[in-house]
Design a protein around this ligand. Structure first.
Ligand code: C5P
Length: 397
C-alpha cells in the first residue's frame, strides 16, 4: 500500500523514539523506503545503528558530515522524499518548526523541504497543554503541517493525559492518507465545520448544539480520496481528522476570514453551523448582576460565509456546497436557499427532533443541484460523507 513511497523520518529526542524503530519496520512492511534522520537528542534514546539496521538505509545525524553533504546535500535530502514524518515531534522540535529555526540538520530539512510534513507529537501532558505548545501547534496546522495524535494515556513520566505518541500503526494510516493517490489528488478543498461561539462578554457566549460530526466526516472522506483539505472549524465536540490542515476559530467573523485566507480552492463545503447573530457590542468586562435586572442584549447579523464565497466574482471555487438544516418543507426551503446563496449544491436534511439527526450518528439527506433533488436513504454520517466526497470527485474530474 506504500510501495515505492519514500519517507524521510525525523526522529526527535523523546522517550517515544523507541516506537519510531517499530514505525520504520511497519512502513517498510508496506513497501516504503525509510530514510531516518536522528536529532542530537534522539541519539540519547535510540542508536544510529539500530535505525540504520531497521531501515537498511544510511542514517543522517546532526553532526555536520562533509561526506554526507557531498553525497547528498541537505536540500536534496529534504526533497528526495514523498513525505517528511517527524516522530516523535517533541515540544522543542515543534517550537523550532513554528519559529522557522534552521540550526541543526532536522530543522534545516524541515525548512528546506517542498513536501508535505506529518508530525506525531509526543511529550509530557503539561508540556502538551502548555499555551506555548498549543500556540505552536495552531501555527503549524495553519502552515499546512499534518498531525497525528497525541494519544491520551499513562505516560512514561508517571502522569496521565494527552501527550503519548500515536501508535505506529496509527502513524502508518496517517502516512497512507497523506500519500493517498485518489481521484482528488492535487485538488484543494475547503471545509467549514462545527458551531461558532459569539462572545457576550469575556466569560459568556452564544452557541448552538452542532457537534461538528458531519463536517469532520466530510473532511476525512475528502482526504481519503487524496484531496488536500483545509478544515476551518469552530469549537466542535469531535476532534478534527488527522491528515488535514486545521484552522481553529471561535466566531463567524474569524471563520469568514479563515475561509477567505484558505482560498484558492477547487471546491468548498460549508458544513459549519454558523451563528446567525453576534452581539452588536460584546462587553470587554464581565456583565454584572445588578439592581436594574437582566441586561438587554442587542444583536448584529453575522456575515454569511457560504453566500460570500458563492458570490465571489474572482477566485470562487469551481464547486460550492452548502447545507440546509430544515424542520419543514425541506426540499422547497433548501431549493430556495440554493438560489439565494448562489451555491452549486445544497445538502438538505430534516432536523426535526423526531428524526434524531441533530447530534446523532445518522443522516438522511437530499442533494439539491441545478439538475434537481436527489434523495439519499438514511445512512451513517460517515457514509453520507463518503458519498458527498465521491460526488465532489466526480464533479471536479
Ligand atoms: O441560512 P442557513 O444558516 O440555513 O444556511 C446554512 C448554510 O449556510 C450552511 O452551509 C452554513 O454552513 C452556511 N452559513 C454560512 N454562514 C452563515 C450562515 C450559514 O456559511 N453566517
Amino acid at each position: 500500500m506504500l510501495a515505492g513511497k519514500r519517507i524521510l523520518l525525523i526522529i526527535g529526542g523523546g522517550i517515544a523514539a523507541f516506537k519510531s524503530l517499530d514505525l520504520i519496520r511497519r512502513l517498510r512492511e508496506r513497501g516504503a523506503t525509510v530514510t531516518p534522520v536522528l536529532t542530537r537528542a534522539a541519539e540519547e534514546f535510540v542508536t544510529p545503528l539500530s535505525a540504520s539496521a531497521l531501515s537498511a538505509q544510511k542514517v543522517y545525524r546532526d553532526l555536520f558530515d562533509l561526506t554526507d553533504e557531498a553525497e547528498m546535500g541537505h536540500i536534496e535530502l529534504s526533497r528526495a522524499a514523498d513525505l517528511v514524518v517527524v516522530a516523535p515531534a517533541t515540544a522543542d522540535l515543534m517550537a523550532k518548526m513554528a519559529g522557522g529555526h534552521a540550526n541543526d540538520l532536522a530543522s534545516t530539512l524541515l525548512m528546506a523541504t517542498d513536501k508535505r510534513v506529518l508530525i506525531a507529537p509526543a511529550m509530557n501532558v503539561r508540556m502538551w497543554e502548555h499555551p506555548a505548545t498549543q500556540r505552536n501547534l495552531a501555527t503549524l496546522q495553519g502552515d499546512g503541517i499534518l498531525t497525528v495524535g497525541p494519544d491520551e494515556g499513562d505516560m512514561a513520566c508517571g502522569e496521565y493525559g494527552p501527550g503519548r505518541m500515536a501508535e505506529p500503526l496509527a502513524i502508518v494510516d496517517a502516512v497512507s492518507a497523506a500519500l493517498q493517490d485518489g481521484p482528488l489528488k492535487g485538488k484543494h478543498v475547503l471545509v467549514t465545520s462545527g458551531p461558532t461561539h459569539e462572545p457576550i462578554d469575556p466569560v459568556r457566549y452564544i452557541a448552538n448544539r452542532s457537534s461538528g460530526a458531519q463536517g469532520t466526516a466530510i473532511a476525512r472522506a475528502l482526504s481519503a480520496l487524496g484531496a488536500e483539505v483545509s478544515f476551518v472549524t469552530g469549537p466542535a465536540d469531535v476532534p478534527p481528522p488527522d491528515g488535514v490542515r486545521v484552522i481553529k476559530v471561535q466566531t463567524a467573523q474569524q471563520m469568514l476570514e479563515a475561509a477567505k485566507a484558505a482560498l484558492p480552492a477547487d471546491a468548498a463545503v460549508f458544513a459549519a453551523a454558523v451563528a446567525d447573530w453576534r452581539m452588536a457590542q460584546a462587553s470587554d468586562s464581565k456583565i454584572k448582576k445588578g439592581p436594574d435586572g437582566a441586561p438587554a442584549l442587542t444583536f448584529a447579523e453575522n456575515p454569511d460565509i457560504l453566500a460570500t464565497v458563492s458570490q465571489m466574482t474572482k477566485g470562487r471555487p469551481k464547486l460550492v456546497v452548502g447545507f440546509a438544516a430544515e424542520t419543514d418543507d425541506v426540499i422547497a426551503h433548501a431549493t430556495a436557499k440554493r438560489e439565494r446563496k448562489g451555491c452549486d449544491w445544497i445538502i438538505a436534511n430534516d432536523v426535526s427532533p423526531e428524526t434524531g439527526i441533530m447530534g446523532g450518528t445518522e443522516n438522511a439527506v437530499t442533494v439539491i443541484s441545478a439538475e434537481g433533488a436527489d434523495a439519499w436513504p438514511r445512512m451513517s454520517k460517515d457514509d453520507v460523507a463518503r458519498k458527498i466526497a465521491a460526488r465532489i470527485a466526480e464533479a471536479l474530474s
